[in-house]
Design a protein around this ligand. Structure first.
Ligand code: SF4
Length: 413
């Protein structure tokens, strides 16, 4: 039985230093602390994000400095002279549509405020309960921009239940996606295949079924990633894996250069009791080793499979149409996307990509239009922008000066 408790927090809105080059969001809101979907791979369990020991069993309903979450956001946005409307992602660390939403309506409060202030929205969920809010999401889509993405890691019922025990089935999510695409074409939609779980959901058939269904549903994009493993999250996942698929443990130890064994598994159990946490964390860190990402050759193979499948089904593996503001940021965002898309393509092929990424991120953060900077011949004053980047973006700047469409510069797949 999941427990709900109100708990007060200091901030409602996290403002990121750079727009995220994957989700294209600038702001983050999590309405709940804890998540009863209780996915066994959830990285919110790691010490980095670690919410509380009882992550899947106790869900805190957030209030902010004693105020309901919606009121707190409204006040924050009213006073936010330095903030410009930009994509706010909801549910990245605690699903926005977990069952608590039926009773507390935290997410709905947030949607109402985002609509009021014309802030674009990106929602990531594993629940078809989002249907209850499609009226509001549609209004946001019409007023600015809205995207709904479902996470689907597999359509195999048994593995789905094992990985995401508290979430609605992947099949329900797919049906909900089809409904949104049919009735609300103004809302951008896609599927996040995140994480691709080694040896359970990484085979071509599993990936192809998700990608084919996403395309058939009329959605625009797939986003995918391998599975990261970090301290407590890794050991929690491997303990669950050992219960159901013990034969996979040696393979995981090899893939992540890890040392999961009965001794480290016991540490996980100790840590869960919630006492002397700091001491136990240190003990875990000193005894349990695990790389953050799988071995590179494995990841490159997975990337290749997904990219090939996306090409086969003619669906993008990046968000197709990011939010483009109408103010001075318009061209900056397009050029930023152009560079970040290129960077991503290099990244998934194992090539050096940081120069493109940082140039893209810095251009996305400019406080005036890049066209003005180019007109003053000062492009090199932008951080990370050198001759090679200028060579790449000059054709876009020239096309823009001549009033031409810029679509030809963006990714086809
Ligand atoms: S739905 Fe997301 S936040 Fe919730 S447990 Fe699963 S992975 Fe974690």
């Amino acid at each position: 039985m999941v427990k709900y408790e109100f708990k007060d927090f200091k901030t409602v809105l996290k403002v990121m230093k750079y727009v995220d080059s994957w989700f294209w969001c600038k702001y983050i809101i999590n309405c709940y602390n804890g998540c009863e979907h209780a996915c066994i791979y959830c990285d919110t369990r790691s010490f980095r994000y670690y919410l509380h020991q009882d992550f899947g069993q106790t869900v805190y309903i957030k209030t902010i400095n004693g105020k309901p979450i919606g009121e707190a956001l409204d006040q924050r946005l009213k006073k936010a002279r330095k903030l410009l409307p930009d994509v706010t992602i909801i549910g990245s660390a605690g699903d926005a549509y977990q069952p608590a939403e039926m009773e507390y309506g935290q997410t709905r409060q947030i949607l109402q405020v985002l609509l009021k202030h014309k802030y674009p929205l990106s929602i990531l969920t594993k629940s078809d309960m989002i249907q209850n809010d499609l009226d509001l999401i549609l209004k946001i889509a019409k007023a600015s921009w809205a995207a709904v993405s479902f996470t689907v890691t597999t359509l195999n019922k048994e593995i789905n239940k094992f990985l995401e025990p508290g979430a609605p089935s992947a099949e329900n999510r797919m049906k909900c996606l089809e409904l949104i695409n049919e009735k609300y074409p103004e809302i951008h939609t896609g599927i996040f295949i995140m994480p691709i779980v080694p040896y359970l959901t990484d085979d071509k058939e599993t990936l192809e079924e998700i990608i084919r269904r996403t395309k058939e549903s009329g959605s625009e994009y797939i986003l995918f990633s391998g599975m990261t493993m970090r301290d407590f999250q890794a050991i929690f996942f491997m303990s669950k894996l050992e219960e159901k698929y013990p034969e996979l443990i040696p393979k995981y130890n090899n893939l992540y250069n890890a040392n999961f064994c009965s001794e480290t598994a016991n540490l996980m159990k100790e840590l869960q009791d919630g006492e002397n946490i700091e001491e136990k964390k240190e003990k875990l860190k000193s005894k349990f080793k695990c790389e953050y990402i799988p071995k590179m050759d494995y990841m490159l193979k997975i990337n290749e499979i997904v990219v090939e499948l996306c090409k086969k089904y003619d669906i993008k593996y990046r968000i197709k149409e990011r939010y483009i503001p109408k103010d001075y940021r318009k061209l900056n965002y397009k050029i930023s996307q152009f560079l970040c898309d290129m960077s991503y393509d290099r990244q998934i092929q194992g090539k050096y990509y940081n120069h493109l990424l940082w140039a893209g991120l810095n251009i996305g953060n400019l406080k005036e239009s890049i066209q003005n900077i180019a007109n003053r011949n000062e492009l090199k004053s932008i951080k990370s922008v050198g001759d090679k980047i200028i060579e790449l973006i000059n054709p876009i700047l020239e096309a823009n000066t001549k009033g031409k469409t810029l679509e030809s510069f963006f990714k086809k797949s």
